[in-house]
Design a binder for this molecule. Sequence first.
Ligand SMILES: Nc1ncnc2c1ncn2[C@@H]1O[C@H](COP(=O)(O)OP(=O)(O)O)[C@@H](O)[C@H]1O
Ligand SMILES: [Mg+2]
Length: 207
Amino acid sequence: MPVPSTDPSDMDDWRDERRDEAVSAFAAQIPALYRQQITLDADVAAWADRAADAPVSLFLWGALGVGKTHSAWQATRRWIASQFAGAYRGTPVVQTWRSTALFDALRPDDAGGTPRRLMRALQTADLLYIDDIAAARVSPTGWTQERLYEIFDERYINQLPVLITSDVQPGQISPIVGERVTSRAAEIFRGGVVHLGGADRRKAVAA
Ligand SMILES: Nc1ncnc2c1ncn2[C@@H]1O[C@H](COP(=O)(O)OP(=O)(O)O)[C@@H](O)[C@H]1O
Ligand SMILES: [Mg+2]
């Protein structure tokens, strides 16, 4: 990677190249169904663009098929681009998880613990996106809920953003994630709860 020169306009070009590389690398990881750029809800766009009064974290909820997951992937893409405005802080590290896969990964392994490296990665990533937080049919064990709390707690303390999609509102996630996570979530997502309305887009296509 070339070292930036001290000329301000060269510096801007260099940063824009780093941004475009980071956005392209992330875009290539977006599941094909969600790769198309869409018009985002205004509050979601404000979060992604890190507008002056936008919240740190976002809880995007609404009925099945209204476009929560698609919005979240595209908002994350925009959020990555917005990290390159202002002082250069390197390429942001983003963790994206479907909730069910995350709960699986947070179960005790053969050694009886969750891998430390995974916990650190989830606690310290520049952005943690968890899709469909309440999707699990059966709630994870108390042990897994406790690991989830440790992740949310550490991120809250350090004011690191969390992006969540859900088909229920934040107050109703406790049957899945437990009381302690729900209580932390209330603080993390204060001012950052966005409801997506509209019709089920999957049905619209089928009709
Ligand atoms: N703004 C949009 N424009 C076009 N298609 C969209 C838009 N938002 C979502 N979709 C499509 O609608 C379908 C349902 O969206 P999805 O994000 O999976 O819904 P949810 O996560 O709310 O259940 C997907 O096929 C998705 O690509
Ligand atoms: Mg979804």
